[in-house]
Design a protein around this ligand. Structure first.
Ligand SMILES: [Zn+2]
Length: 455
């Protein structure tokens, strides 16, 4: 089993600290200093990183460690992270979000988890492969991209559309967020490996009314109609869609979680009984919401786009933007049909929907040699830990890498203590990475490469 020496771990830890000192809050992003810092470290090892992108201040870093041609027998494996982070409100943090503070066994900072920690984990694995002369059977590609937190247009999307050659053209696998961490359940430890993520359907909902002077009563006020529609959509319980990845994730956890869970799961994964059973079966709100989000499309009104412009004129038109998320197999039109039903307007006569942006869910197979290798490795690293294929309600760079035909897994190995609210680390206050778990993760990822990419 691979294990970093103490000095190698100090190096990895200090690299992460240096990266956390650089504010890459997106917007605006400004990932260049972070990308340049990593590029410098790679050059010092004799590697040849490239910084590419549409915006010079927001480049993507890509670096290849090539397999010896005489031993190359498989398509590349990409280790991908993003260098931008979401903004942090320093007044709410225990330690400064860009201070690189080490305290209570953790490194604190915006990006420690999401996802500079993995950038350094992947960098460390790549450097170990080079320094220890791993006999790679495929090229190993390190990518640290920009702009993931604002939709990935300048980041993985740009790379896939403009420089797929840097990603090996048609990489076989991409390892990315969100998975590989310890998920504690009573008496059990799971390691979800993300194999699916929901799609998006960003919509604009518009409604017309009768414009007029607002000194007179008017029953047909577009703003009032829209407000009503917003409330209905926000409170809607859209139909249940039980998909294969949802069944594998929820069923996989339930199988290992005792008799009651095992008995209840078929009814939960049933389109008729599921919606009624969920509130009874899962009392904890955050867990219930995340289970719900993988079993139905969701739609959250997020931005009032247009209403009236004058205080004394009843507007003839009003609109709102809606962040819709799609389960696998569903399209933006399917969601619009569901929402039109919620609005009591199945024919779309009263309310108009416009599709602003959409992409379908990404689903990857879990019957692959890499998934097997991950399962075996976790079993060795934590014999009581159970690997389950998982699905997330959000999206990652994987949705873009999928376009290259790559199988993408969220596998960011982190052994976590029971008392850390890991979900709250993503975009939350006091983001921090436990250093023991980080070290375990670096060793695990490096061992995965030594075992899987060197056969
Ligand atoms: Zn992220």
């Amino acid at each position: 089993m691979f294990a970093l020496s103490d000095s190698e771990f100090e190096e990895a830890k200090n690299s992460l600290r240096e990266l956390l000192l650089i504010d890459t809050s997106n917007p605006p992003g400004d990932e260049r200093p972070a990308a340049e810092l990593i590029a410098r470290w790679l050059r010092e090892e004799g590697l040849n990183p490239e910084l590419v992108g549409a915006d010079p201040e927001r480049p993507n870093l890509v670096c290849r460690l090539a397999a010896d041609p005489t031993n190359r027998s498989a398509r590349p494996l990409v280790l991908s992270s993003h260098l931008d982070v979401v903004p942090a409100d320093a007044s709410r943090w225990t330690h400064p979000p860009f201070g690189g503070v080490e305290a209570d066994g953790c490194l604190w900072g915006r990006g420690a988890i999401d996802m500079k920690g993995f950038a350094i984990m992947a960098l460390s694995a790549l450097l170990s492969a080079k320094r220890h002369g791993f006999r790679l059977n495929r090229d190993l590609i390190f990518a640290a991209v920009a702009d993931e937190e604002a939709g990935a247009t300048l980041g993985s999307q740009w790379l896939v559309e403009n420089r797929p050659d840097l990603l090996g053209g048609e990489p076989e696998y991409v390892i990315n967020e969100v998975g590989g961490f310890t998920l504690h359940r009573p008496g059990k430890r799971f390691y979800p490996v993300q194999v699916a993520e929901k799609g998006i359907a960003w919509l604009r909902l518009s409604v017309g009314g009768t414009p007029g002077h607002s000194s007179l009563p008017d029953p047909d006020n577009a703003l009032a109609t829209l407000a009503n529609a917003i409330a209905r959509i926000a409170n809607a319980k859209l139909p249940w869609h039980v998909t294969d990845p949802a069944r594998a994730f929820i069923g996989g956890m339930a199988r290992e979680s005792g008799t009651l869970a095992k008995l209840l799961t078929p009814a939960l994964l049933n389109t008729i009984s599921g919606p009624y059973l969920l509130p009874l079966g899962i009392s904890e709100t955050s867990r219930r919401r995340s289970v719900e989000a993988i079993l139905r499309n969701t739609a959250n009104p997020t931005r009032i786009h247009r209403g009236g412009t004058k205080i004394n004129v009843i507007p003839g038109h009003a609109s709102v933007d809606i962040d819709g998320r799609l389960v696998p197999g569903q399209t933006a039109d399917d969601l619009i049909a569901e929402l039109s039903t919620v609005l009591g307007d199945p024919g779309g006569e009263r309310f108009q929907f416009e599709i602003l942006q959409t992409s379908e869910a990404a689903v990857f197979p879990s019957e692959t040699p890499l998934f097997e290798a991950i399962r075996d490795l976790i079993h060795q690293r934590d014999p009581e830990g159970m690997v389950v294929p998982s699905m997330i309600p959000g999206f990652t760079d994987s949705k873009n890498y999928a376009r290259l035909g790559a199988t993408c897994y969220g596998f960011y190995p982190l052994q976590l203590p029971k008392d850390l609210d890991f979900a709250a680390m993503f975009h939350g206050d006091d983001e921090r990475i436990p250093l023991d778990g980080f070290r375990w993760g670096v060793d695990t990822l490096t061992e995965l490469i030594r075992g899987f990419a060197c056969r």
